[in-house]
Design a protein around this ligand. Sequence first.
Ligand SMILES: [Zn+2]
Length: 302
Amino acid sequence: MIIDAHLHCTGDENAADVLRSLDGAGIDIGVLLAPFLNNGYTMHDADSLRQANAYLARLVGGHADRLIGFAVLNPSLPGVVDDLQRAVDAGLRGVKMVPSGWYPYDDAVQPLFAKAAELKLPLLFHSGIFIDGRSGRFCRPTFFEALRDHPGVRVTLAHLSWPWTDEAIAVGLIDRIHGVPVEQLMFRFDLSFGPPPPYRLDAIRKALDVLGADCLQFGSDCFFPCSGAHIAERRRWLEDLLSELDVSQADRERIFCGTAATWLGLQQPLKPLVKPRRLFAGLDDASAGQPQPAGWNLRFCC
Ligand SMILES: [Zn+2]
């Protein structure tokens, strides 16, 4: 079972395309984020986000075994608590937020966090710098410690918070020091990149040594529509790094499935793929072979 815990919708995809790409990359379950960067969708307008979340709910509808839709919400906008309930009622199962113009410790954003905790929803935050030039000053890992005011919430900070990976590891370490059981950990970190290639091995080694694989999960950060080969390439980047670090099979299974499954509240493995796994078989996709950035995820920004 492989979970890709960080995939972007743009408004240009359909469910069949998405499932075909996941199949091509050997991904069983994808966490899909509502569009907020493309096609006029923006996270700074409540109506836009409502439309984006409704769009995603329609896309994942009927595919609950493979596709987990995350609403994108801006907790600083009026009416956002009601928007969260509306998204959940429509079938979305988590929330993605991007601190920009608000800090995670702001009083104004706490009501949404409280509602998400009440609904026991997994939360994914952008953390770290933005590569598109927006200020990353809202997204430092320690700012997310404010989530501790909402016990029980399950948080993933994306990109291992690069360039503040040490700070992120420190935030995650607190629960580990106090022996909090894995299923009750507040903070997890996705290994969508994140750190540029020269930093990756060192960052992942430190995160594994300090936090362990139970705090780390795979996310390709790909934008649909994309080929299975494109997702598989991102997966291979991480596989290769884990091989360099001689990471055990048990820890690999946590990184590619177990950590995200716990975060998502999946109590047991969902229906497995019917067809045989075709690891990295996306090379037979129609779009395979198209040039992709070598080792750099130039589109990552959230
Ligand atoms: Zn992203």
